[in-house]
Design a binder for this molecule. Structure first.
Ligand SMILES: [Cu+2]
Length: 289
């Protein structure tokens, strides 16, 4: 995908998004979206989950938490390279991390209109400075999410706003979208309350996705309006065929869902928009998982 090409039409922009997803796919992996951030997720049952949902509706809305701060060197989404540190409670860059799905840190960058998305794995130096190569984003406002777990600490998702300069074309309001096509794959999403099922097909035949760093696929859910980074839990370790997740929905509304999956050694990203009404945390507790 060529940088600098102005993509005004929605269809082209979406194609660009998918191109970005495919382009970064080879270097991207899954984040552990199932064990997100704002609270330690061990041993909570459905009742706790409800309470925690009320107390911590989502991650990614804060740039600092519990003494940890996401400190970018600039706020540019169009500079090619993005560099940052995670500063710890002692005021120094964190240099010791727990690995989450074989990675110390997962970087998600999404446009505020929820049409552009990249899932990246930055490289860290010994001083705790992280660098990532950003894809060529179209002009607009972006949010970068760092998902990480310092050694001996909780897992966090911290977020900071970025900008890609240029003429911004106002996006149409989001509408529900439950199917996407990525290359030769058709991907559909079906929702049953807070549980969603993703089905990947090729030529009309359901495809079983490859295991990818210990999971069958990875789903990131972002709320329209504030880009709240929503907790998502995989429901099966290695399913044959469709892949299921439970989403901890903090409210009704529209959510953009980005599904990373691997087939035949290549990682793809499918994008959906889910319109949720009446499936909030209040009835999440009886999801039976
Ligand atoms: Cu990742």
């Amino acid at each position: 995908m060529k940088a600098g090409v102005k993509l005004g039409a929605y269809g082209l922009a979406l194609a660009a998004v998918l191109g970005v997803g495919a382009a970064v796919g080879a270097a991207a992996g899954p984040i552990d979206v199932g064990e997100n951030a704002a609270h330690s997720s061990d041993d909570h049952d459905a009742e706790d989950s409800m309470n925690e949902s009320a107390e911590f509706p989502a991650g990614g809305l804060m740039v600092a938490q519990d003494g940890y701060q996401f400190v970018p060197e600039d706020r540019l989404a169009d500079a090619g390279q993005f560099a940052f540190t995670i500063v710890g409670p002692d005021g120094r860059p964190v240099t010791s991390y727990e690995e989450l799905h074989d990675r110390e840190l997962h970087l998600i960058v999404a446009s505020r209109d929820l049409r552009e998305y990249a899932h990246l794995h930055p490289v860290r130096d010994g001083d705790g400075r992280w660098t990532a190569e950003l894809p060529a984003f179209t002009p607009g406002s972006y949010r970068a999410f760092a998902d990480f777990q310092p050694a001996g600490a909780d897992q966090y998702t911290l977020g900071v706003d970025l900008v890609a300069h240029g003429q911004i074309v106002a996006a149409e309001p989001l509408e529900e979208q439950l199917a996407d096509t990525v290359g030769e794959y058709d991907v559909t999403l079906s929702a049953d309350g807070p549980d969603v099922t993703l089905t990947v097909s090729r030529d009309g035949e359901v495809v079983t996705t490859d295991p990818y760093l210990g999971a069958a696929g990875h789903l990131v859910a972002l709320r329209d309006g504030d880009l709240a980074y929503v907790h998502v839990h995989p429901l099966d370790d290695a399913p044959a065929g469709p892949v299921r997740f439970a989403i901890e929905l903090p409210s009704d509304g529209l959510y953009a869902l980005f599904f990373d999956f691997q087939v035949d050694g290549a990682v793809h990203t499918a994008r959906f928009v889910l319109d949720v009404t009446g499936s909030t945390a209040a009835d999440h507790g009886d999801g039976g998982h």
